[in-house]
Design a protein around this ligand. Structure first.
Ligand SMILES: [Zn+2]
Ligand SMILES: [Zn+2]
Length: 106
């Protein structure tokens, strides 16, 4: 497994808020001024906010931005439930009945 610090040195620092790639010598995003680092509650190491785990002590940080995006995508792809499908069918059938009855009276 490659070290996360090596990745940081190569690619710079990804802003957790606006996804701007900053030079690795900055502590704040040069685009939106949000903090790029958080202090690990367990070992006090300086950890990038985009990481979900402290690379020093493996302490679990806040949920990562990527996990949030993943969850959002899952929620969006979630199909309608069986109950909702039955409800739509009943409503459509009811509307069809009303329309045919109205048409028959005319
Ligand atoms: Zn930013
Ligand atoms: Zn730590």
């Amino acid at each position: 497994m490659p070290s996360k610090n090596a990745i940081q040195g190569e690619k710079g620092l990804l802003c957790p808020k606006c996804s701007h790639l900053n030079p690795s010598n900055l502590n704040q995003c040069e685009y939106c001024n949000s903090q790029l680092f958080v202090k690990c509650k367990k070992c006090s190491a300086k950890v990038q906010r985009v990481f979900s785990q402290c690379p020093e002590c493996r302490h679990r940080m806040h949920k990562s931005v990527f996990q949030k995006i993943k969850r959002r995508m899952f929620r969006r792809s979630k199909k309608i439930t069986l109950g909702q499908t039955i409800f739509i069918v009943i409503v459509a059938f009811g509307a069809y009945k009303v329309i045919t009855m109205a048409a028959g009276k005319m």
